[in-house]
Every structure is written in structure tokens, then in C-alpha cells.
Design a protein around this ligand. Structure first.
Ligand SMILES: *[C@@H]1O[C@H](CO)[C@@H](O)[C@H](O)[C@H]1NC(C)=O
Ligand SMILES: *[C@@H]1O[C@H](CO)[C@@H](O)[C@H](O)[C@H]1NC(C)=O
Ligand SMILES: *[C@@H]1O[C@H](CO)[C@@H](O)[C@H](O)[C@H]1NC(C)=O
Ligand SMILES: *[C@@H]1O[C@H](CO)[C@@H](O)[C@H](O)[C@H]1NC(C)=O
Ligand SMILES: *[C@@H]1O[C@H](CO)[C@@H](O)[C@H](O)[C@H]1NC(C)=O
Length: 325
């Protein structure tokens, strides 16, 4: 029993020394735009002789006859400040509790800078930097990278160096590899402070030009029958836009330099699409309709002949062995 009592006493003493002061501060912490106004109310939970706020800004001297007191600053021009509400209890004891106040400042500017602003080649890594000017506090800065509306990467700075109060400049880097569909997409970065109501600040958008060779993904031969208006389509994506060349097997000279070729003649056609990065072939086999008709006549002829012979045989068998036919 005695032991329990001693333990309880020890706990109460500890509570007294470790900020277990019987006051309620509301709000208990503040996030304030630098230069903006800040206010919090301290209310005593026990009978007191007086109370006050100790602070480098907005201090309120000891006041008697009150049970609550405000700490108010019209324009906060400190980066970190921890005002303390104190009470003088009826028993003569004094205690105090801290209010945590954090001032923030959104970046003045956010800029996306390319290491290499020329065209991007596929399967090669490129470096980009997001330059953020004059932001505080830097330890809670979140930087996001976007391709169009798609979030690519998110980084939150967690540095916690003492003596780096106030606005800082920071640069965050990203490495990116491009593929053909990225051609023409817009990249940007943005920097924000998650714990504030303010929206992130966006960088300018940078339009990416991705250079890649043409590539006909299905390489099998395309077979067509010659019609009145047969067109062979060799169109393929590439950047820079590919040049086209057509050849008809047997003939050496190039016959056309457009992506779509109108053909009047059966044969094997090969189209080559090329740009400075590479080339890709597409093979077309054009068959004449007449050759198809020829085989149809032969097959129909053979079938008719077989039917005639079989039916003659059957008829003769039915007529009996003595028939003259
Ligand atoms: C203290 O602040 C509260 C909340 O902002 C406000 O309602 C109240 O009027 C203030 N009290 C005084 C004495 O200024
Ligand atoms: C890029 O890499 C992919 C996968 O390794 C490969 O299929 C493709 O051919 C490469 N493209 C170029 C242009 O090198
Ligand atoms: C700000 O960053 C510090 C250190 O990384 C972290 O402890 C704290 O929770 C962050 N504050 C907010 C409001 O996100
Ligand atoms: C941030 O950059 C600006 C402009 O480049 C410069 O004037 C300023 O001194 C820098 N701030 C810090 C904290 O280095
Ligand atoms: C050729 O194919 C491309 C896509 O592969 C298509 O956009 C284009 O309209 C086609 N051209 C013709 C004349 O069929």
C-alpha cells in the first residue's frame, strides 16, 4: 500500500516537471503562413492567481482574475517560435506548457531544367532537375514529377539540419528513359508543403521530342489479290518521320516514295521505311485474280468429269450386263 502511494506520488511529481501543467491550449499547434496572423487560447483547468504567455513575439504579462488568455500575433515574422502559457496556482506553484508554431513559405519559383534539351533517344537515360527557390520549412518539402497527368515519382525531403531556418533553395533530380509513345508528352515537376492548405507550385511544362526508328511490328508477308484499286499501306511511326521506298522483285529501280502504293500488277513488293536512326521492311505478295480464276476452272472441270464417269458407270450397272450401252 505504502509502495503504491509512493509510486503515485512519484508519478505526480514527474507529471509536474514534464509539462503536465493543467492548462488546455487550443489549437495545440499552429501552422501559419509567414507574415500571416496567428492565435491560440490557453485555458486553466485549476484555480489560479494569474496567467500569462512567455514568447519573443506576442507575449502577455501576468494577468490576474482570468481563466483564459490568448496568444495573438498579427503578422508572424519568425520561422519557429514556441510560446509558453504559464499559470500561477493558488498554492504558489507555477507551471507552463508550450504551443508549437511553425511558419511556412511556399516556393517563389519551381523550374524544370533539362541536362540535355535536345531530342531524346529511346533506351538512353536522361537527367532532369527541379529547382525550387525560397521555400520553408525545407524538411517537409514534397516534390512530384508528372508526365501529362500521370505521377512518375514523389520525393519528400527529410533533412533536419539545425541552423537552416528560413527559406532555402533545393534541387531534386530524376532520371528518365523514354520509349516511342512518350514522343510529344509534357513533363513537369511541382513542389508543395503537404501540411499546408496551399496548393503546390508547378514548374513550366517541357515538351519531349523522342526520336526512334520506324519498326513494322508484324514482319510476316501480307498476301493480297489484285483488285481494281489495290493499295499497299506501309505507313509506320518513326521520328523523324520515315522516308519510303518501294521495289518490285525482279525490277531494280525504285517505283514510289510514298507510304501507300496503288498497284496494277501482281508481284512481290517490298517497302522500306527509314529515318536517320534505322529502317524497317514490309513485304507484300500481290496475286492476280486471273490466276485464281484459272485454277477454279481446272478444279470445276475435273469435278464435272469425275461426276460424269461415275454416273455413267452406275447407269450401265443398273441397265444389266445384256444391255447394248
Ligand atoms: C481569444 O481567441 C478566441 C478564438 O480566436 C476568440 O473567440 C476570443 O474572443 C479571444 N479572446 C480575447 C479576449 O480576445
Ligand atoms: C530498346 O530496348 C528494348 C528492350 O530492351 C528493345 O526491344 C528495343 O529494340 C530497343 N530499341 C532501340 C531503338 O534500341
Ligand atoms: C515535417 O517533417 C518532420 C521531419 O521529417 C516530421 O517529423 C513531421 O512530422 C513533418 N510534419 C508534417 C506536418 O508533415
Ligand atoms: C536562393 O537562390 C537565390 C537566387 O538564385 C539567391 O538569391 C538566394 O540567396 C538563395 N538562397 C539561399 C538560402 O541560398
Ligand atoms: C495506312 O495505315 C495507317 C495506319 O497504319 C492509317 O492511319 C492510314 O489511314 C492508312 N492509309 C490508307 C490509305 O489506308
Amino acid at each position: 500500500m505504502t509502495r503504491l502511494y509512493c509510486g503515485l506520488l512519484f508519478y505526480l511529481v514527474l507529471l509536474g516537471f514534464s509539462g503536465g501543467c493543467q492548462v488546455a491550449i487550443s489549437p495545440s499547434s499552429l501552422v501559419v503562413r509567414y507574415g500571416g496572423s496567428a492565435s491560440s487560447t490557453c485555458r486553466s483547468l485549476v484555480p489560479i492567481d494569474g496567467m500569462g504567455w512567455e514568447s519573443p513575439v506576442g507575449a502577455v504579462g501576468m494577468e490576474g482574475g482570468v481563466t483564459e488568455l490568448n496568444w495573438t500575433v498579427k503578422e508572424l515574422r519568425e520561422w519557429t517560435v514556441t510560446p509558453q502559457c504559464f499559470i500561477n496556482k493558488k498554492d504558489g506553484e507555477q507551471c507552463m506548457k508550450e504551443l508549437s508554431v511553425l511558419a511556412f513559405k511556399m516556393p517563389d519559383s519551381v523550374a524544370l531544367v533539362e541536362d540535355d534539351s535536345g531530342p531524346k533517344y529511346v533506351n538512353k537515360s536522361y537527367s532532369f532537375a527541379c529547382h525550387i527557390k525560397n521555400v520553408a520549412p525545407v524538411k517537409n518539402l514534397t516534390v512530384k514529377w508528372f508526365k501529362g497527368e500521370k505521377l512518375l515519382k514523389e520525393t519528400t525531403l527529410h533533412e533536419d539540419h539545425e541552423g537552416q531556418e528560413g527559406p532555402q533553395n533545393r534541387t531534386v533530380k530524376i532520371e528518365s528513359v523514354f520509349s516511342p509513345p512518350d514522343d510529344g508528352s509534357e513533363y513537369r515537376c511541382e513542389a508543395g508543403l503537404d501540411f499546408t492548405p496551399d496548393l503546390p507550385i508547378q514548374s513550366q511544362s517541357v515538351l519531349m521530342a523522342v526520336h526512334y526508328p520506324p519498326d513494322h511490328d508484324h514482319s510476316e508477308i501480307e498476301v493480297l489479290v489484285l483488285e481494281g484499286d489495290t493499295k499497299l499501306n506501309c505507313t509506320v511511326n518513326g521520328n523523324p518521320p520515315p522516308d519510303y521506298a518501294w521495289t518490285l522483285s525482279g525490277a531494280q529501280e525504285k517505283i514510289e516514295n510514298k507510304p501507300v502504293l496503288a498497284v496494277k500488277q501482281a508481284g512481290d513488293y517490298i517497302c522500306t521505311a527509314s529515318n536517320k536512326l534505322g529502317s524497317s521492311n514490309k513485304h507484300f505478295k500481290v496475286q492476280s485474280r486471273s490466276s485464281g480464276t484459272f485454277w477454279t476452272i481446272i478444279i470445276v472441270g475435273v469435278v464435272v468429269a469425275v461426276l460424269l464417269i461415275v454416273s455413267y458407270g452406275v447407269w450401265k450397272w443398273k441397265a444389266g450386263p445384256n444391255s447394248i450401252i
